[in-house]
Design a binder for this molecule. Structure first.
Ligand code: NHW
Length: 396
C-alpha cells in the first residue's frame, strides 16, 4: 500500500483494544483503559485452536531440559538485526530470571510443540508487573519472547499465540499489558533508539558491528574508547542483599518523575536488581562519610550470536537498565558503569534514549544505532503518546 506504516492494514491488530492509527487525531478519547474488564466467567475457558499438527505446552522453566529447548528455539529463531548479522542469544539463566519474577504465573510461559516430534516450535510469555501510567498504578502483564520457528513464519501463528496469552492473562483478572517491538504496530506510546558505546572497538569492527570512522586508524579508535582500569567514584561498589531497602527508596523516588514507569517494591528490587553473574549487575555509591546510598546504576547481560564470522561466535553486550543519580553526576556514574563493563570483558554497552540517558550518551561516546524500539500498551490509551525521556520503563 504505502511505506507509511500508519497506512498499512493490520488484520489482527485492528481487532484488538489498542490505540488505532485512525484514532490518533481524535482528542475526545480519554486516557486509560480502552475496554472495561469482562466478568471472569465470560473469559474463554479453553485454549485457542492450533493447526492440527501442533499442541500447547505450558512450560516448566525449572525443568532444565525444557529450558534448554527454549534456549535453543530462541538462539536460532529470535530477533536479528536488519542485515541478519547478529541474533539475540539470551542465556538459560537469563531466561529463568526474566520469566520467574515474584508471583509469576507458570500458565503464562506458553510453548507450542509439534505433536509428533515434540519439538518446541513457538513461544510467548508474560510476567506480572505493576506499571504506573500518570497517576494510575495498573496491574499488567509484560509480554516478551514471542517467537515462531523460521520454518513456520507468515502462517498467522503469532496472532494465535497473542490471543492465547491474552486469555491466560485475563484468567488472572489482569486486563492490560506492556511490550516492545522493533516493528511498527498500532500504536506506539513512544519510539526509542538504541545507542552503543564501544568497549572493544577492534572486535566490533572485525565482526561488522561498527565501522572505522572517516580519517580514523584502528589505533586511534582504540585510544578514543580507552577507559580507566577501575571505577573513579569513591564509594562505588557492587550492590548486595543488604542494600535492597536503600535501592528501593532511591529507585521509587526517581521513577516517580516519569509518565510511565514500573512501581517497584523491595521484593521486585531484590529480584530484578540484585546482581546475578552474567545476568544482571548493579552498582551503587555509598558515601564514604555518611554510608548513605546516594546513586545507583545497573545493566543486564544479553549476548548476540555473530552470524557467519570466521573469528567470533558471540558479542558480549551490556544493556543499561535502571540508573539513579542524586549526588554523583549521572555522566560520572555511567562512566563508572562503562569501566566495570570493560573490566568484565563486555564488547559493547548499549542504552536506550529513555529517562535521562540523553544527558550522557554523546559525552560518553555512545553512537546512535540504526534500529528503533517501539513501546506499546495493550488496552490502555495514552493520548498523543509520550517522549522517550518521559518513559521510565526498560523491558528485557
Ligand atoms: S518483540 C520480538 C518479537 N519476536 C521476533 O521478532 C522474533 C523473530 N520473529 C518471529 O519469531 C518482543 C516472528 O516473525 C513473529 C511473528 C513471531 C514475531 N509483536 O504469524 P504471523 C516481544 O516478544 C503481527 C506483535 O503470520 P510471523 C513482544 C503482525 O503485525 N505483533 O507472522 C511481543 C501481523 O498482524 P497484523 C507482531 O512473522 C508482543 C501478525 O503478527 C509482531 O510468522 C506481542 C502476523 O502473524 C510483534 N513483534 O510471526 C503482543 N510481529 O495485524 C502482546 C508480527 O499486522 C500483546 N506481529 O496483520 C498483549 C497481550 C497480552 C494482553 C493482556 C491483557
Amino acid at each position: 500500500l504505502s511505506s507509511n506504516p500508519a497506512a498499512r492494514r493490520h488484520k489482527f491488530w485492528e481487532t484488538q483494544p489498542v490505540g488505532q492509527f485512525r484514532d490518533v487525531a481524535d482528542t475526545s478519547l480519554p486516557d486509560g483503559p480502552i475496554e472495561p474488564p469482562t466478568p471472569l466467567s465470560e473469559v474463554r475457558a479453553d485454549p485457542y485452536p492450533l493447526p492440527a499438527a501442533f499442541e500447547w505446552l505450558t512450560c516448566d522453566l525449572d525443568d532444565d531440559a525444557l529450558l534448554a529447548d527454549l534456549y535453543s528455539l530462541l538462539a536460532h529463531n529470535y530477533v536479528e538485526d536488519d542485515e541478519n548479522m547478529f541474533r539475540f542469544n539470551y542465556s538459560p539463566a537469563f531466561l529463568r530470571w526474566a520469566l520467574k519474577p515474584p508471583s509469576f504465573f507458570r500458565a503464562w510461559h506458553i510453548g507450542v510443540r509439534a505433536k509428533e516430534s515434540k519439538k518446541l516450535v513457538a513461544f510467548i510469555s508474560g510476567v506480572p508487573a505493576r506499571i504506573r501510567a500518570r497517576d494510575d498504578v495498573v496491574r499488567m502483564a509484560e509480554i516478551n519472547f514471542l517467537c515462531v520457528h523460521k520454518k513456520l513464519r507468515s502462517k498467522r501463528l503469532a496472532p494465535v499465540l497473542i490471543r492465547e496469552v491474552t486469555r491466560r492473562v485475563h484468567q488472572e483478572n489482569i486486563w492490560q499489558a506492556a511490550y516492545t517491538a522493533g516493528v511498527v504496530l498500532p500504536t506506539p506510546i513512544t519510539t526509542c533508539r538504541y545507542w552503543h558505546r564501544s568497549l572493544n572497538p577492534k572486535k566490533l569492527i572485525d565482526v561488522g558491528f561498527s565501522r572505522l570512522g572517516p580519517r580514523m586508524t584502528m589505533s586511534r579508535t582504540v585510544r578514543l574508547y580507552k577507559l580507566p582500569d577501575a571505577p573513579l567514584t569513591p564509594g562505588f561498589r557492587r550492590m548486595e542483599l543488604r542494600d535492597v531497602a536503600a535501592v528501593t527508596r532511591l529507585l521509587r523516588a526517581y521513577l516517580a518523575r516519569f509518565v510511565v514507569a514500573p512501581d517497584f517494591d523491595e521484593v521486585d528490587v531484590e529480584h530484578w536488581l540484585l546482581p546475578q553473574e552474567d545476568v544482571v549487575d548493579s552498582y551503587l555509591v555509598e558515601s564514604p562519610e555518611t554510608h548513605e546510598v546516594t546513586d545507583f546504576c545497573s545493566f543486564y547481560t544479553l549476548p548476540s550470536s555473530v552470524l557467519n564470522n570466521a573469528n567470533y561466535a558471540t558479542l558480549k553486550a551490556a544493556y543499561s537498565y535502571y540508573n539513579v543519580s542524586t549526588k554523583t553526576a549521572l555522566q560520572q556514574l555511567m562512566n563508572d558503569a562503562l569501566i566495570v563493563a570493560k573490566q568484565k570483558n563486555y564488547d559493547v554497552f548499549n542504552a536506550l534514549d529513555v529517562m535521562e540517558n540523553e544527558s550522557f550518551l554523546k559525552e560518553l561516546k555512545f553512537g546512535p544505532g540504526d534500529g528503533q524500539l517501539h513501546y506499546y500498551l495493550y488496552n490502555y490509551r495514552i493520548r498523543n503518546g509520550i517522549k522517550p525521556s518521559e518513559l521510565g520503563l526498560v523491558l528485557l
